[in-house]
Write a protein that binds this ligand. Structure first.
Ligand code: MN
Length: 231
């Protein structure tokens, strides 16, 4: 017995400072996790966390110092950047208490939750799922994963994104409505987290459109930076 065709390659993200690879299992994303971003999207900022997903093979790993080439996706004329802290899960667990959450964290990365905002907006209006707005190919550019042993726990620090050298997003990860530990507690009520899961923890205010040729540069203090050119 064998596969009827070659299995898709395992999606991976390099681990910073080594030749190791982090095999991606699932990509979870938190919606509206910074108050000022929730407000800019027309919400109060006070609600329980909610989640959506991208397919594992939506990751587009970008080595530190390199410039990733992001294909402008089809069927949109409003591609938005969302700069985010990404948590990489290294140990399985369900119904994880916030107090124990850090035992499940392998490390952190910087990531972009790229969004076809026009399609997402249309789906929201119609009460339909967000996949066509959020889960397209190359929708998750990500830097190398920094093991928590090197970064320490990330509870605060600047999160920022510039486009063509001009500041677009600037905040602090301490301003998350639901911090990493609380996010893991909520998410693991609904899904058993597995090694290889990535959690995009939400974006601060300042999201906006990019066009072909734009250079996105962003980072999170003590985690890393990422550079992406839209092509
Ligand atoms: Mn997001």
């Amino acid at each position: 017995m064998g596969y009827v065709f070659a299995a898709a390659p395992q999606a991976v993200v390099p681990v910073a400072g080594s030749t190791d690879l982090f095999p991606v299992h699932r990509i979870y994303c938190v919606g509206r996790n910074y108050e000022e971003h929730a407000k800019e999207m027309g919400f109060s900022g006070r609600e329980p966390p909610f989640f959506f997903m991208k397919p594992a093979d939506a990751v587009m790993p970008v080595p530190e110092g390199a410039i990733g080439e992001l294909p402008y996706p089809p069927e949109t004329s409003n591609l938005h950047h969302e700069m985010e802290l990404v948590v990489a899960i290294g140990r399985r667990g369900a119904r994880i208490a916030a107090a124990n959450a850090k035992e499940h964290v392998f490390g952190y990365a910087v990531g972009l939750d790229m969004t076809r905002r026009d399609l997402q907006g249309e789906m929201k209006k119609q009460g339909r799922p967000w996949e066509i707005g959020k889960a397209f190919d190359f929708s998750a550019p990500i830097g190398p994963i920094k093991p928590v042993a090197h970064s320490g726990e990330i509870k605060s620090g600047r999160i920022w994104l510039d486009v063509n050298g001009a500041p677009r997003q600037a905040s602090d990860v301490s301003k998350m409505i639901w911090n990493v530990d609380e996010t893991i507690e909520h998410l693991s009520k609904y899904f058993e987290l597995q090694p290889g899961d990535l959690i995009f923890t939400g974006t601060p205010e300042g999201v906006g459109a990019v066009v072909r040729g734009d250079l996105l540069e962003g980072g999170v203090d003590n985690v890393g930076t990422i550079r992406v050119r839209v092509k």
